[in-house]
Design a binder for this molecule. Structure first.
Ligand code: SF4
Length: 207
């Protein structure tokens, strides 16, 4: 099980609060125009593990918190099975505003493009500079792209520690929403088990 570092300084928490407030007013790209609010990362600012998703979903956009929708519940379940305590990890997204297509009363998730990912990289970098995680786990292709600054395939890069140029280790795995989209139950169970193994591997590499 991972543990947050102890002895968090008041200054670090204050710096995180200021950063979050600044992000709440971000207009670096057009995504703020239709979303409800910026969904900043959350968790201990001295966490040793940082998890990065793609972008907030419909429920996260309304709640203003990351990983609280269906994919977040799947994430909670998987890290629980992997023996990782969510209260000790920092969770955030590569892009901090919800991008969607309106369909009647529904808002359908729309993938952020390269320009939006690049624009939001500033916030991801600020979070990393502050938290200084020993292990950053990218959940899905958008997060992996944000973490490495280039396009990679999940199948070709998942499940192994990667030395990050800015320090610390990186790890790539699937986004939990992938599991929610699988119609075949036995295949979904296999993929869930593989996801848990990736998470266990990341925690083990952390030491
Ligand atoms: S998605 Fe990121 S860069 Fe774009 S407005 Fe929101 S916080 Fe700013």
């Amino acid at each position: 099980m991972t543990k947050a570092r102890t002895g968090i300084g008041h200054n670090k928490a204050a710096a995180w609060g200021a950063l979050r407030e600044e992000a709440a007013r971000c207009t670096r790209c057009h995504l703020y125009e239709h979303a409800t609010q910026t969904v900043f990362g959350e968790g201990p600012v001295d966490a040793r593990m940082m998890f990065v998703g793609e972008q907030p979903g419909d429920q996260e956009d309304l709640a203003g918190r990351p990983f609280v929708g269906p994919a977040g519940l799947m994430f909670d379940k998987a890290i629980g099975v992997a023996g990782i305590d969510r209260s000790t990890v920092y969770v955030t997204n590569a892009v901090k505003h919800f991008k969607f297509e309106p369909r009647g009363k529904r808002r359908i998730h729309s993938k952020p493009d390269a320009g939006e990912i690049r624009a939001c990289r500033w916030w991801y970098e600020q979070e990393r500079l502050l938290v200084k995680p020993d292990m950053t786990v990218a959940l899905g292709a958008t997060a992996a792209r944000q973490m490495l600054g280039k396009v990679v395939t999940i199948s070709g890069s998942r499940g192994r520690a990667i030395e990050l140029a800015e320090g610390g280790l990186g790890w790539i795995t699937i986004h939990p929403s992938f599991l929610l989209r699988m119609p075949d139950k036995s295949r979904a169970e296999e993929e869930f088990a593989a996801f848990v193994e990736d998470l266990k591997g990341a925690a083990k590499a952390l030491g």
